[in-house]
Design a protein around this ligand. Structure first.
Ligand code: PEP
Ligand code: MG
Length: 590
């Protein structure tokens, strides 16, 4: 074997395949002066590249329309119209006539356009910057004869392992499950949204590899192990056989877990835990329902928007929410209002900010755009007619936000009433506890909300001041840090005192060792990735509440996350043995 590189396990599964390297970045362009007699040919070369780029976009549009839908495919119409713009092409031709090579002329004009659009007062035009960048990369690659990395070229059935720096929204909508078997990225962490999306799509993934795109050239045979975060480059046949054996073992272990789907999540001493699923895209709903989940504890609606140029209208949203509610046949379905911003941006994005995670994100963005927010609220109230739908607000910091959202919810109901539409007005409204402010001051919220759901991904990020998407900081992202455990404990106690329900829907609940800790901290509702439902059920069914409580008390007394992990692992090991998958890729009990 040439080498193994280690990243962060993001979505489980072992895949053997060939690397499809996607370098989606603007290449360096050399300044090149051309003689007068070549100007005509150079302009012809420019037009040839533009028409080839348009041809590719047309092709891509068709493919994305058939795999992802017409709205997602609309991005490519925008990009084609950029290439049809006469002002743009005239500007480039003028520079070529001044003896500049076509690629440099194109590069300069595109840079100028991108800058101009980025600074534009109209948000609609600012949103075009992402499309301009895509077009910039595409045409330059053709003009410079660079290796063609476009995922569009993959034949269905290729089973490629997509290796890229980071997945942008426009790349995300192009992911075709028929040709891409796994994803590996330099950037990202377990809680970044590439990882969350990969888990939703059931695509094995390793993120945070840091330099995979520089180490690989494309075409190498690799093994990707999404469960351990490993990418083995050019493995020998014997090594591949060993991986295939592990693949078979994992399939057997998973089948055994699946048998748990029909059983209750109840501890050995009779404490009942409600296990729900996190659903990120409506298409996931039916499979999530089969996983044995008792409803949905978190639907991340922003994935309806990521990769799109426009917001989905009321009707489209209503259909998406209704699908999820109906798949769960009367069981509770908690739908979170848009958590756009941070690292979840639609195509072209909203204005870039220096600190997006501390910026205009989630409930802040929704409250500042009441027209947009009411569309979502109306769709939710209408979908609520079809089952037990509950609404949840993300990133709450203060009661004012809850009250403002309630007012908008009443307005939305009023609009539906005026229209004579069918809807439910008494939909429960809950909040995510995912900022230290909300956790510490949770008691200020209980009177005005119907439930809490602890979002540990953001809670860890904001409590420890560790960017959840930064691969360099991944070892510092420690959910078992005493500060985080105390905030969770406090939130659970406040919810009990205020007599409202409290769940955990962050990644922590999907990880067996941490789920054990949460059980001990008094959490009785968890919402986890559908694949983790049987795994967490197995943990719950293997321990007593008393045992979990002792373990959690020991973890709370620990002075570091590592100490807490040891305490928990030792005690969980006593109950369930040392199956490595129970320890989230960390060492098990010693
Ligand atoms: C969280 O922050 O824990 C959470 C569940 O929400 P998201 O990961 O979508 O930010
Ligand atoms: Mg969050």
């Amino acid at each position: 074997m040439e080498r193994q590189i280690r990243g962060i396990p993001a979505s489980p599964g072992i895949v053997v395949g060939h690397v499809h390297l996607l370098r989606w970045e603007v290449p360096e362009v050399r300044h090149r002066i051309i003689p007068d007699e070549n100007v005509h040919d150079e302009i012809a070369r420019l037009h040839e590249a533009i028409s080839r780029a348009k041809e590719r976009l047309r092709h891509l549009r068709q493919r994305v329309e058939s795999t992802a839908g017409a709205e997602e495919a609309a991005i490519f119409d925008v990009q084609m119209s950029i290439l049809d713009d006469r002002e743009l092409t005239r500007g480039i031709e003028d520079l070529v006539r001044q003896n500049l090579g076509a690629e440099k002329a194109f590069d300069l004009v595109m840079l100028e356009w991108r800058n101009r659009f980025a600074r534009h007062a109209a948000p609609m035009l600012r949103e075009r910057v992402g499309d301009l960048t895509d077009v910039h990369i595409r045409v330059l690659s053709l003009l410079m004869g660079l290796p063609d990395h476009d995922p569009v070229d993959l034949e269905p059935g290729t089973s490629a392992i997509l290796v890229t720096h980071d997945l942008t929204p426009s790349l995300t909508v192009q992911l075709d499950r028929r040709s891409i078997a796994a994803i590996a990225t330099d950037a990202g962490t377990r809680t970044s949204h590439v990882a969350i999306l990969a888990r939703s799509l059931g695509l094995p993934a390793v993120v945070g590899l840091r330099n995979a795109t520089t180490l690989l050239r494309g075409g190498e045979r690799v093994v990707l192990d999404g469960g351990t975060g490993m990418l083995a480059i050019n493995p020998t046949d014997a090594e591949i056989d060993a991986y295939r054996e592990r693949q078979r073992e994992e399939a057997v272990a998973e089948a055994a877990l699946t048998e748990l789907a029909a059983l209750e999540a109840i501890t050995l001493d009779g404490v009942r835990v409600t296990l729900r699923a996190n659903v990120d895209i409506p298409e996931e709903a039916e499979a999530a329902a089969r996983s044995g989940a008792e409803g949905v504890g978190l639907m991340r609606t922003e994935f309806l928007v990521v990769g799109r140029t426009t917001m989905p209208d009321e009707e489209e949203q209503y259909r998406a929410y209704r699908r999820v509610v109906e798949a769960f046949d009367g069981k509770p379905v908690v739908i979170r209002t848009f958590d756009i911003g941070g690292d979840k941006l639609p195509v072209g994005g909203f204005p870039t900010e220096p600190n997006p995670f501390l910026g205009w994100r989630a409930i802040r963005m929704c409250l500042d755009q009441p027209e947009m927010f009411r569309v979502q609220l109306r769709a939710l109230l209408r979908a609520a007619v079809h089952g037990d739908l509950r609404i949840m607000l993300p990133l709450i910091v203060t009661l004012d936000e809850v009250l403002a959202a309630r007012r908008l919810l009443e307005e939305a109901a009023g609009e539906l009433r005026d229209r004579g539409a069918d809807f439910r007005a008494d939909v429960p409204l809950g909040v995510m506890i995912e900022t230290p402010a909300a956790a510490v001051a949770a008691d200020t919220l209980t009177r005005d909300v119907d439930f809490f759901s602890i979002g540990t991904n953001d809670l860890v990020q904001y409590t420890l001041a560790v960017d959840r998407g930064n691969a360099n900081l991944a070892p510092r992202f420690t959910p078992l840090h005493p500060a985080v455990l105390r905030l969770i404990k406090r939130t659970v106690e406040v919810a009990e005192m205020g007599d409202i329900e409290v769940a955990v829907c962050g990644e922590m609940a999907s990880q067996p060792l941490m789920a054990f800790a949460l059980l001990g901290l008094g959490v009785r509702q968890m919402s986890v990735a559908p694949r983790s439902v049987p795994l967490v059920k197995r943990i719950v069914r293997s321990v007593t509440e008393a045992h979990a409580k002792l373990a959690a008390s020991a973890a709370l007394r620990a002075r570091t996350a590592d100490e807490a992990r040891h305490e928990l692992a030792r005690r969980l090991g006593d109950a369930v043995g040392d199956a490595p998958y129970l320890y989230d890729g960390l060492p098990g009990p010693e």
